[in-house]
Design a protein around this ligand. Sequence first.
Ligand SMILES: [Fe+2]
Length: 199
Amino acid sequence: MNLVKLAGMAELNKITRRSALGAIAVTALVAPGELEATPDEPETEHEGDGPFYKPGAPERNVFLESGIAGTPFLLQGRVLDVTGKPVANALIDLWHADSSGEYDNQGWKLRGRFRTDGSGGYTLKTIQPKWYKAGNIVRAAHFHVKVSGATNPLLTTALYFEGDPYLNKDGMVKKSLILDVKETKKGRTADFTFVLRKA
Ligand SMILES: [Fe+2]
């Protein structure tokens, strides 16, 4: 065996060793445990629940009842965890102001709790709320919402509406919480996916 051939074999050994190490590194990167620990959905941003939350709202996903006026609003979507897995039977507790910007603090108008189905899907039929003033602060129109799964920590947040004239004047608004609203013959509609932390 000549020197050139020996040098060539040494080089080949190096490459083979490098490839093997590379394969080990790739295997480690895609190990199932690693994948589960890597969030691939950003958690929905949190927001405070404000002064008008009341626990114990009726269980319903239709807020339309006598005495409720305003543009019908269909909100639908899914609840997932940070790995993208649907959260079945998640509890959604949602409340909001009416079309004049008032909350019902005596009764349960525009308040309700409902659950996701087996695919993490939910639907709510309500009306478009109006912006309101809280002291010197103007609040852009919003839905308040609390979402929790059987083993997922509680998410408290709010959803806003694209096109609201007060979005830029309300310092509490987070861009990721603004609904992309579509106008339909039956009113307005938007989709929103809530993403919960894992326990
Ligand atoms: Fe509010």
